[in-house]
Design a protein around this ligand. Structure first.
Ligand code: SF4
Length: 247
């Protein structure tokens, strides 16, 4: 099985190298072809960008990005900040919309607010948030340069995992934020956020190091900063993912 996957990877690399040498802009691999871990059974699209970076799309989103329904993030926020679409609306202290540069090139997406975020009404302000700040600094960026949001805008009680029905109800809000911000790159933080964003059940380890697309935007998956606080060994992998983004 491992040999088979290696062969597929080798063939894919060869095909991409030929593509780059020929200077062709776009390649669609056999639409019926499946990548290991592509549970969605969707076509794989490989696009070579003008800077020779390569985007491999495994998700069902195509390039036809819907236009934003609102004129600004403020207008959107005002319209949804009293949301009671799911039961989390009753238990939250604060609605955590998102924060950062409304024209950011890079957007981080996590899963849901935790205790500190719920109390402050801001995403990533607890210990995990401080670690994310350090990662952003190491990327030679500041928080004001990027935008941070979550799939859910309200804290699940006791920091339990978000329920599928909660994410389904809340996801359109994030989509609208993406349409308004139009980042060049999205970075999904952690398994739950990544799986919700990419509409897949593929484990995080197999989602990393591949450029996906969300609403037509190149998207990379890495570990959640909270996981880095628990497991130091993920720090090196996370930094490699950040270097891919910077490149
Ligand atoms: S989590 Fe999302 S859908 Fe549920 S109440 Fe909060 S904003 Fe509304």
């Amino acid at each position: 099985m491992k040999d088979q996957q290696k062969n597929i990877n080798d063939l894919l690399c060869q095909a991409l190298n030929v593509q780059i040498e020929q200077g062709l802009g776009e390649m669609i691999i056999n639409p019926q072809a499946m990548m290991p871990g592509n549970d969605s059974k969707e076509p794989i699209t490989v696009v070579e960008k003008s800077d020779n970076s390569i985007v491999i799309s495994l998700d069902s989103n195509d390039d036809s990005v819907e236009p934003a329904q609102y004129d600004s993030l403020e207008e959107h926020y005002k319209d949804i900040c009293q949301c009671q679409l799911c039961s989390l609306g009753k238990t939250r202290n604060n609605f955590v919309y998102g924060a950062g540069n409304p024209s950011a090139d890079l957007m981080f997406v996590g899963e849901a607010p935790g205790r500190d975020e719920d109390l402050k009404g801001e995403p990533f302000v607890g210990r995990a948030g401080k670690l994310l700040d350090k990662i952003i600094e190491a990327m030679q960026l500041k928080r004001e340069d990027i935008y941070i949001a979550n799939i859910l805008k309200c804290r699940p009680p006791d920091n339990r995992d978000p329920l599928p029905e909660e994410m389904e109800k809340c996801f359109p809000y994030l989509k609208e934020q993406i349409h308004l911000i139009k980042p060049k790159i999205i970075c999904a933080l952690g398994r739950i956020g990544a799986q919700a964003l990419l509409n897949t059940k593929t484990p995080l380890g197999r989602l990393r190091k591949i450029w996906h697309r969300v609403e037509g935007i190149p998207t990379l998956v890495t570990y959640h900063p909270a996981a880095l606080l628990r497991f130091q060994k993920y720090k090196k992998d996370t930094w490699e993912d950040m270097q891919l983004i910077m490149a």
